[in-house]
Design a protein around this ligand. Structure first.
Ligand code: HEM
Length: 160
């Protein structure tokens, strides 16, 4: 299996034969923001997710609107929409959270629930979950990931 050489988003990466990107098929910014709105509300209320003390602390700090914005922007970029994500890379953003495999599974399940809740069709749900899974090694603490296998969907800007 050969890895893509570029670290940029590949224009065709999230497209079907019809040529529509996953971003477009999810309903663009409105569709994605709707799903993230549901997801973040769901996660803030999720007792299992809050068992991780770093996560609970973050949820108690407030800043929910900003977090929704960042996750929406990340998802727009990850699904082949415009490159607008202004936040940190996934490894850096989760480095101090001690995320376990179980924590990751809880978040992945919540994502599925939200996609279902807002009516995303099965095929698009599967494609989105594949993107999420490809970040597992980077988000879960102490999991090794091969630099060459880092997903190339989203790169943080080099300057803010
Ligand atoms: C692939 C799955 C995930 C994605 C796409 C994702 C996405 C993001 C994004 C975009 C941010 C904002 C980055 C920034 O502040 O610049 C973030 C931060 C955060 N994520 Fe995730 N995340 C994922 C998995 C997880 C998991 C499994 C957990 C916890 C169990 C988690 C907990 C958090 C917390 C607490 C923050 C805030 C960190 C801080 O600012 O102190 N995330 N995530």
């Amino acid at each position: 299996m050969s890895e893509p050489e570029t670290t940029e988003i590949e224009p065709g990466a999230s497209e079907t034969d019809g040529g529509e990107s996953l971003y477009e098929r999810l309903g663009g910014a409105y569709g994605i923001a709707g799903a993230v709105d549901d997801l973040v509300d769901r996660l803030y209320e999720n007792d299992a997710a809050n068992q991780n003390p770093a996560v609970q602390e973050f949820h108690e700090e407030g800043g929910k609107a900003g977090f929704k914005y960042l996750v929406t922007a990340w998802s727009i970029e990850a699904t082949g929409g415009p490159e607008i994500y202004p936040g940190r890379d996934m490894d850096e953003a989760h480095a101090d959270l001690d995320v376990s495999e179980h924590d990751f599974d809880i978040v992945a399940t919540s994502i599925r629930q939200s996609l279902h809740q807002v009516g995303v069709p099965e095929e698009e749900e599967a494609e989105f979950m594949e993107i999420i899974e490809s970040y597992r090694d980077m988000v879960v603490a102490d999991r090794d990931y091969d630099e060459d296998e880092i997903p190339d969907f989203v790169e943080s800007p080099t300057s803010y």
